[in-house]
Design a protein around this ligand. Structure first.
Ligand SMILES: Nc1ncnc2c1ncn2[C@@H]1O[C@H](COP(=O)(O)OP(=O)(O)OP(=O)(O)O)[C@@H](O)[C@H]1O
Ligand code: NI
Length: 740
């Protein structure tokens, strides 16, 4: 369940956060104390000794007035005397009014708190997550009822709710005994809590409190699980999984639950702390049956605050430390598992059309989880060509698909943001989707599905490697481009209803096409525009070529037609994935020239994906180098190509294939791209196995470092320790370690 990546983030966060360390120490201490209470305690916590009551802790003494009587000359004389009560070595934290050892009671109190905190949270989580998933996934009446109930119950303070529930329980106590009684666990639980065994069953156990806090707190979990289920059930890949016949249980288990784990885990830690406090409050107020709990001891000690302050102070301190500890651990988990939450704002610099943050895409295959794209960050500026380069399988195409939200099952974007600058869209969604808006930017991934779909065309357009598979062989090229123009035109006319419109259009087109094969469904204007576009991309005799079918086009002409189709929506960002790989060399050069020309004249930004460094060098202003799903080096072309820091980039550059080279060789570096199977990835630099400069620190330091940049306005970022220090042979990673 916990992936190596997650572990890596947890460790990274732990290293940098002193508070997280304190939290872990406190929580571990509490767990150990609870587990080994009988060995840590000095006395049986329930043993009373009235001769030794209210003894002060070590280092303190207490005075009391004692009256002695004496017969003096036949009359009784009373003398008031101040007596010092000294600490006893066997009661280091003193005793309470019944002479019970305060320290031992605090130690056993940890058991009650842990038991109620952990089991109560578990119960709340199981209940809440099940109900939430069902409600979110199936909607309908269950969902309505749940939400109404949640609103009402969250309006009450949980303490009030718990007291009410315990009251109900008490009234029905004859029929509904403590769950531990039902389970036949009375004596084991009592002895675990240091209580005398063999007492009558009416002696209340913490089971009641556990059930009550579970019932009080499950709604929190239900809300989170419901939210996740709601957002995911609409996703294309879930629909696709359904269409493929996956059962609902499988979809929930495979897609919904993994997505919900992080928020549920973080909530669970917070809940443990909340429930520990709730249990203490209940015991303090006398609503919990247990007579061995921090809250109970505080309420007992309250009467002695001025004379024997330690009775309440010691358990009070225990509660404070426990709650702080658990909360710090919760903060640590949240920061480590959800790095996006506190991500830096993206709205400061305005000349970026696209800001990709923490984009993470995984494939959930039969062999396991494939981490195809991991925490990818990059920006695309106005009117620039941004290159993505890397060996086959490094995640370039999946990154492109993730940008436009077209990853297919079993793949899924699990994390990350794609901020796109569009002031109008930002304004339109500022109120309805505040989380998706930051200044003039919208996070494409958080926009409603209809808007996302609408963006494909006027915002993002794509051209892929193989034009043949992107064009329908049975429709003329001109008509297909005209259709793209038509769709964009309709979409622009009514952005909000795009979805149903284009779908209706598609269906209508389909039926019309089946009945009347030559029926033209696009307006004359669109057809004229299509011819213009064909001319624009340099197709001779555009009017005549528009009437032809794809098979009548040569490869280069088809690729041009594809570009024309992509231009139909006048996109801001053109994503070109290996647009020339399938073409022969001279045609490649022509298409690249065309792209450069268009990009300059139409003021588009281009994301150009290729494994050909010559193409990058010729076309791009800035570049990101991908390796094993990560961007390992990024910056201006100058920085990355002339002053590469990452040995992988250096290796790639070692033999730049000539653009005129008919068979550009990939991977001049020895060895293979590592497995992207999550289970096999581990926590180290993924290039270390192949790296000529691998050092021992490469197994631990995998952060992105800043490297010297040629200009002030570009960052040069490298996921390699060599950005910070020189290669040191004495620390070289031995070949044995490389394998591990
Ligand atoms: N449908 C899929 N199912 C499972 N894994 C996939 C799927 N598609 C891609 N992957 C995984 O994602 C990784 C990245 O693939 P991607 O196609 O993005 O690589 P690439 O850099 O574009 O390579 P190439 O240069 O060969 O096109 C691959 O290693 C592959 O294991
Ligand atoms: Ni690819």
């Amino acid at each position: 369940m916990i992936s190596p990546r997650t572990l890596r983030n947890l460790r990274k966060e732990l290293r940098s956060s002193a508070l997280a360390k304190i939290g872990i120490v406190l929580v571990l201490a509490m767990i150990l104390i609870a587990a080994f209470a009988p060995f840590i305690a000095l006395h049986n916590p329930t043993n009373q000794n009235l001769d030794e009551n209210n003894l002060p802790p070590m280092g303190f003494s207490r005075t009391t007035e004692e009256t002695t009587s004496e017969m003096v000359n036949g009359s009784l004389e009373l003398t008031n005397e101040t007596v010092y009560v000294n600490a006893s070595a066997s009661h280091p934290m003193g005793t309470n009014s019944l002479g019970q050892d305060v320290y031992s009671r605090a130690v056993y109190g940890a058991r009650t708190s842990m038991m109620v905190g952990v089991l109560g949270t578990l119960l709340a989580a199981v209940l809440g997550v099940s109900v939430g998933l069902v409600a979110g996934f199936y909607r309908g009446r269950v969902d309505d009822a749940l939400m109404r109930f949640a609103d009402v119950s969250l309006a009450f303070p949980s303490l009030v709710l718990a007291i009410a529930l315990i009251g109900l329980w008490g009234r029905a106590a004859v029929d509904v005994p403590d769950p531990f009684v039902v389970l036949g666990l009375v004596d084991p639980v009592r002895s675990a809590l240091g209580l005398p065994t063999g007492m009558p069953d009416s002696f209340v156990l913490p089971g009641t409190v556990i059930v009550v806090v579970g019932l009080v707190n499950w709604v929190w979990f239900a809300r989170i699980a419901r939210g996740e289920a709601l957002s995911i059930r609409e996703e294309e890949y879930v629909k696709a999984a359904r269409a493929l016949g996956a059962s609902d249980a499988r979809i929930i288990g495979r897609h919904v639950l993994p997505n919900a784990t992080t928020p549920i885990l973080v909530l669970a830690t917070i809940q443990v702390a909340a429930i520990i406090l709730l249990e203490s409050s209940l015991s303090f107020l006398g609503f919990s049956g247990t007579t061995l709990s921090w809250g109970f001891d505080i309420s007992q000690g309250r009467a002695y605050l001025s004379t024997a302050w330690w009775i309440a102070t010691v358990p009070g301190l225990a509660i404070v430390l426990a709650v702080i500890g658990v909360n710090l651990v919760g903060d640590w988990l949240r920061d480590a598992l959800d790095p996006g939450i506190e991500g830096e704002g993206v709205s400061e610099m305005a000349d970026e059309i696209l800001k990709v943050r923490n984009l993470t895409t995984r494939f959930f295959t039969e062999e396991g989880q494939v981490n195809a794209v991991e925490h990818v960050d990059f920006d695309v500026r106005d009117g620039e060509v941004f290159g993505i380069v890397g060996e086959s399988g490094s995640g370039k195409s999946v990154t492109a698909l993730s940008l436009i939200d077209l990853v297919e099952t079993p793949g899924r974007i699990t994390e990350g943001e794609v901020w796109y600058r569009d002031a109008d869209l930002a304004e339109e969604h500022r109120d309805s989707h505040p989380e998706a808006v930051d200044g003039d930017y919208v996070d494409v991934r958080q926009l409603p599905e209809a808007t996302r779909r609408w963006l494909r065309g006027p915002a993002f357009a794509t051209i892929f490697q193989d034009p043949m598979s992107s064009l329908n062989p049975s429709i003329t090229v001109g008509e297909q481009i005209a259709e793209a123009v038509e769709v964009q035109r309709r979409a622009r006319a009514n952005p909000r209803r795009t979805r149903s419109r284009t779908q209706g259009y598609g269906l209508g087109r389909l039926i019309a096409g089946a009945v009347l094969p030559s029926q033209s469904y696009v307006s004359e204007e669109s057809e004229e525009r299509a011819v213009e576009l064909l001319e624009r991309v340099g197709i001779p005799d555009p009017e005549q070529r528009a009437e032809e079918y794809p098979h009548e086009f040569s490869g280069g002409m088809l690729q041009r037609a594809m570009v024309a189709q992509a231009l139909a929506g006048e996109p801001d960002v053109l994503i070109a994935d290996e647009p020339t790989t399938a073409l022969d060399v001279t045609i490649q050069a022509q298409i690249l020239n065309l792209l450069t020309e268009l990009q300059e004249e139409e003021d588009m930004s281009v994301v150009l994906i290729t494994h050909n460094l010559g193409v990058i060098a010729r076309m791009c202003q800035r570049v990101g180098v991908m390796y094993a799903g990560e961007v390992v080096e990024r910056g201006s072309l100058e920085d990355v190509f002339e002053n590469p820091v990452h040995p992988y980039t250096e290796g790639l550059l070692g033999s730049i294939p000539d653009i005129e080279d008919p068979a550009p060789r990939l991977s001049p570096i020895e060895g293979n791209v590592p497995s992207l199977l999550d289970a096999e990835m581990g926590e180290k630099c993924y290039f270390a196995d192949r790296c000529p400069k691998a050092m021992t620190s490469c197994l631990t330091d995998i952060e992105e470092h800043e490297a010297p940049a040629a200009t002030d306005d570009t960052d040069h970022l490298v996921r390699c320790i060599l950005a910070d220090r020189e290669y040191d042979e004495s620390e070289a990673l031995g070949s044995a370690a490389k394998q591990g």
